[in-house]
Design a protein around this ligand. Sequence first.
Ligand SMILES: [Zn+2]
Ligand SMILES: [Zn+2]
Length: 318
Amino acid sequence: MRNRYLPSLLPHEHVLSVLARWFDVSGRNDFLNTVRAVSNNVNSLSPMAVWRPVYWDLSRQFIETLGWENVIGQHTLFPYYAPFLRQLDRNLLLSGDESLASIRIKPVQQNLIKHAQHWRWCQSCAEEDYEQYGTSYWHTYHQLPSALTCYRHNALLLFQCTRCGFKYSHFQRHWLPPIDGRCRECSEQISPASMEIPPFIHWLDTASYYLQQCGSKVENEPLIKAMREKLGYEMLPQHLSVPLRAEITQQQRDFEAWLPELVIRNFFNRSCDKLFDGTNQVLRLSAVAYRARIAPPVSVLMMLNYLELESVFDDLLA
Ligand SMILES: [Zn+2]
Ligand SMILES: [Zn+2]
């Protein structure tokens, strides 16, 4: 049933953010008990999943005014993940089928992705949003794990208090980005790490932005095809001959050597050694290009950049 007190969604606001804003004006003191009036599926409210039952419950609140396509296209991270989801999940999300009321769709290997599990914000956006709407809120574009900067201000996104380590991974203690820039736990001024943005990270930021803007129309196949052409084989046999295996190992080593440590540190939760030790497939070229292994967007983007296939990607999104 439509809850007439629930606020409308703001531009590029993540659909879960509306719960935080609603609770903020409710004046109550128990987040979970308050928001259960809208959804019973509120135990996990990080931006990690592409889809959870709570998204369905919230979509019912906005479907009449916004329509399905707008809800998932502007207020969830679906467009960003769409090209890299299983076809089945992607079609289901595009369809708006009722089975989505009880389904969770989580991108692969999210535990390895540094910024997938907590909410991020931009201090300038928080201030401007407060000026314009009387509240800060969580933007979808700030939650793209392969982007480090704000789509409006180019400033590095914030995610953690450097003094007490506080992060927003749920809304039970604190629920909205601070307007005064201070940690809600310890009052420390939260400032971005000072860092030169190398061109590669800048490209990742831009690519992530375009994915969120029109990824629901993009298919993965042309990217995989272009990667295979560049790597030199259309297919790989099930059993690799010794020389072929050596060549593929060398290609992988070259890729690993090319990936800057700064990039790994900013996008993954593991060190280079752990990521490349053979148990993780997350940055394995052959697994993604030939074994249909679904990889997180950040991995595929890194591979495309390494293989100098940025233009293939740009053309797809154009
Ligand atoms: Zn901003
Ligand atoms: Zn703090």
